[in-house]
Design a protein around this ligand. Structure first.
Ligand code: MLT
Length: 313
């Protein structure tokens, strides 16, 4: 009887709206990507994907909540390189294991990291920026979205590569952090391109470099870190959809299919590409690829953060 009930629920899944937990404040990169892919997933699934922002502790609060949700397909989450890569190194008592507490659905978008500052920062290019940072070390404020977030972990890496110790200012997401950067309340941050691209193009903040081997088509005038004279700082993040562990196979398959269709939809692709997002193709998509990515990212970030002296929270 259980099998029949299970099959029945999968055949009619979803019967009601699906909650996608975003573990940061509304308006930040994770939220923007969740709303873009969630919008198209709703169409395929025939039920609304409702975004719920659950911020705090660098994203680990929301992911912990999602990990404990019923594995019925009605609660999923948007995690990323911070929550499912950097967090274990920074939270000794983390309440979930990125590689074992979830059923992967698939990667949503890669997000190159951009070094951005308030628009009147007194440095004309990256070299001058780095010199000014070194001369004004602790007097400079670096924004981030909480210990273990992408902006925090890529920021820690940046400070260790450059050899500075700025004052680090935590926000509930880089959406709110960006507001303070635009008003000059905070000096700089290393953030995901999908959050900062519109403000860079609009001239309300300035970008010194993008930390990728090639420039982004969305920001053709922003030099790579290598071009701008900074060796050893190339880093990209990624955002991905997960469910709690134990989803019925048919339910998981429907979610994987809906994400895949979103990433193949022209309008959805345009919205992500216009913001500088990198869309996974072919073998990079789907649950198996994401599982491998999580395992490799946890292995990669743990020694990087330990070497950078990032103390546990
Ligand atoms: C981060 O990890 O920095 C987050 O992605 C920021 C956010 O989405 O608000």
């Amino acid at each position: 009887l259980g099998l029949v009930a299970g099959a029945a629920s999968a055949q009619t899944y979803p019967q009601r709206p699906i909650t996608m937990i975003v573990p940061f404040a509304a308006g930040g990169p994770t939220d923007v990507i969740a709303r873009i892919v969630g919008d198209h997933m709703s169409r395929t699934l025939g039920q609304q994907v409702v975004i719920e922002n659950v911020a705090g502790a660098g994203g680990t609060t929301g992911i912990t909540r999602a990990a404990g949700a019923a594995p019925d397909g009605y609660t999923i989450m948007m995690g990323h390189m911070g929550t499912h890569g950097a967090a274990p190194a920074l939270y000794p008592n983390l309440k979930y294991d990125p590689a074992n507490s979830f059923d992967t659905i698939g990667m949503a978008a890669g997000t190159p990291i951009v070094i951005v500052a308030k628009k009147d920062y007194p440095a004309g290019d990256l070299k001058a920026f780095l010199a000014h940072l070194k001369a004004n070390d602790t007097k400079t404020n670096m924004a981030h979205a909480g210990v273990g977030s992408v902006s925090h972990s890529t920021g820690v890496l940046f400070t260790s590569v450059v050899g500075i110790k700025p004052t680090m200012v935590a926000y509930r997401g880089t959406g709110p952090a960006l507001n303070d950067l635009m008003s000059g309340q905070v000096d700089f941050m290393t953030d995901q391109i999908v959050n900062v691209a519109p403000q860079i193009t609009g001239g309300t903040i300035r970008a010194y470099a993008i930390a990728t081997p090639q420039r982004s088509p969305a920001l053709p005038d922003v030099p790579t870190t290598k071009e701008a004279g900074l060796e050893g700082y190339e880093v990209s993040a990624w955002n991905a959809v997960f469910g709690p562990k134990g989803l019925p196979a048919d339910v998981r398959a429907k979610l994987v299919d809906a994400l895949n269709k979103a990433l193949s939809d022209e309008n959805t692709r345009k919205r992500l590409l216009d913001l500088g997002g990198v869309i996974p193709e072919g073998a990079e998509r789907g649950p198996e690829a994401l599982q491998k990515l999580v395992e490799s990212e946890v292995a990669r970030w743990t020694p990087v953060l330990k070497a950078a002296g990032a103390v546990a929270n």
